[in-house]
Design a protein around this ligand. Structure first.
Ligand SMILES: Cc1ncc(C[n+]2csc(CCOP(=O)(O)OP(=O)(O)O)c2C)c(N)n1
Length: 259
């Protein structure tokens, strides 16, 4: 058997979405952003809504969404993505509008916007990467940094007595009447990637049905910021982040999931 017998079109198991421009991602190898960013365009392609989808990007590692996507993307100032999305959706209610944000953006400077957008039940999809740190600016402590976790601004580990407790913003928004679907997922295994893709697809489908806010948190590693190899970071995430941020749906069809 020759290489050409193996590497050919019929044996292809994965092909990037046509809606990706082909621009090289700026994400570090091993980071979950790249996986989530590409799957959103797969969903848009599968739903056939390229011309009807508007993305809102944040500041942070995913700021350059408009370079990667062959759809309209507006870049919002720090934390303001859901406010911008609100404006866009109200002016263009037929469009699919989603925000894509990091935890520093969504749960620190954007806490107010996030809470009020969800409380108003804006009919948008909010997709949010929780990597427990401000990735792009050097791995500083974020609201989501877990107790004891070392970051560049908490080198001895987060001390809750002086630095406060981590903010489980996903649990918070699940309790608001405006949210219809709230889930926490990850992309560290192939099975987890498939589940996250289903969750984001559900968020888009809910929007078509005018159901209110869908909120998808993706717990992700930041191997550069955490100063670990991608494998170590995934393992650390499973052992330390998931107990604090348990995966699964928090709210479905407008009803809180009883645990
Ligand atoms: C208005 C504004 N304030 C602050 C910054 C600086 N800044 C850029 S990225 C970033 C941190 C982003 O962290 P996070 O939202 O957790 O996303 P990640 O990079 O981890 O994906 C900050 C503070 C900025 N670019 N614009």
């Amino acid at each position: 058997m020759e290489v050409k017998d193996i590497v050919n079109e019929k044996n292809l198991v994965y092909k990037p979405s046509e809606l990706l421009t082909g621009a090289t991602f700026n994400f570090c190898p091993g980071c979950g952003h790249g996986t989530v960013v590409r799957m959103i365009m797969e969903i848009v392609e599968e739903m056939g809504i390229q011309g009807d989808t508007i993305g809102i990007s944040p500041v942070g590692c995913s700021v350059l969404l408009y370079d990667f996507y062959n759809i309209d993307v507006i870049q919002a100032a720090h934390g303001r993505a859901t406010a911008v999305a609100t404006g866009v959706k109200r002016v263009l209610p037929e469009k699919f509008v989603f925000t894509y944000q990091g935890d520093g953006d969504l749960a620190a400077i954007g806490t107010g916007e996030t809470i009020h957008t969800c409380n108003r039940g804006e009919n948008i999809a909010i997709i949010y990467i929780n990597n427990g740190t401000y990735g792009m600016t050097g791995g500083q402590m974020a609201p989501t940094t877990i107790p004891g976790m070392k970051t560049s601004t908490s080198p001895l580990g987060r001390n809750v007595e002086t630095m406060g407790y981590p903010l489980r913003i996903t649990d918070l928004v699940a309790g608001l009447e405006g949210t219809y679907y709230v889930t926490r997922q990850s992309v560290h295994t192939a099975a987890a990637v498939r589940k996250t893709k289903r969750a984001i697809r559900t968020a888009f489908e809910n929007q078509k049905l005018n159901k209110g806010t869908s909120f998808v948190e993706v717990v992700s590693s930041c191997n550069s910021g955490w100063k670990m190899t991608p494998l170590q970071a995934n393992q650390w995430m499973e052992e330390n982040m998931f107990p604090y941020y348990p995966l699964g749906d928090l709210k479905a069809n407008g009803e809180l999931i009883k645990k």
